[in-house]
Design a protein around this ligand. Sequence first.
Ligand SMILES: Cc1ncc(COP(=O)(O)O)c(C=O)c1O
Length: 146
Amino acid sequence: MLQQLRKITADDLARYPERGPVEAVVAAHLGLVAEQVLLTNGVDEAIHLLCETYLEPLDEVLVVTPRSACTRSTPGATGARVVRVQCAADFRFPLAKVLTASILRPALIAVASPNNPTGTVADREQLLQIARAPPDAALLVDEAYV
Ligand SMILES: Cc1ncc(COP(=O)(O)O)c(C=O)c1O
């Protein structure tokens, strides 16, 4: 291990690595094909790409507040209307409010689990309920802090 680390040059550290070869390794590990895996430079880039892919100007996007900086600006930057769903006073994940707000037929629902800064977790059952509720919404689950 130490020998391998010694082989890393300053030039290696100054560039992001090629994604393709590593995506193929990750895909093989997960039993997927490489086209199903996208590695990004941080979670922020993934959020950015998903927002650019799924949101059109004037679409609704649901986000739970309080929320981290990364979902504070990116969805709105696409021109989408950001609908904020406030978490409970004890910071519990506001499942019922998210489901109610889904009546607006959002194009995207963004859930950070664990959330930052609250540490709130949306469990698997809650995420599945959200995924099943609004027929056409993409569900972005940000697990950066898992
Ligand atoms: C919930 C959450 N997701 C994603 C990010 C961004 O992660 P990254 O630094 O990997 O881009 C942050 C950064 O604060 C965050 O709080």
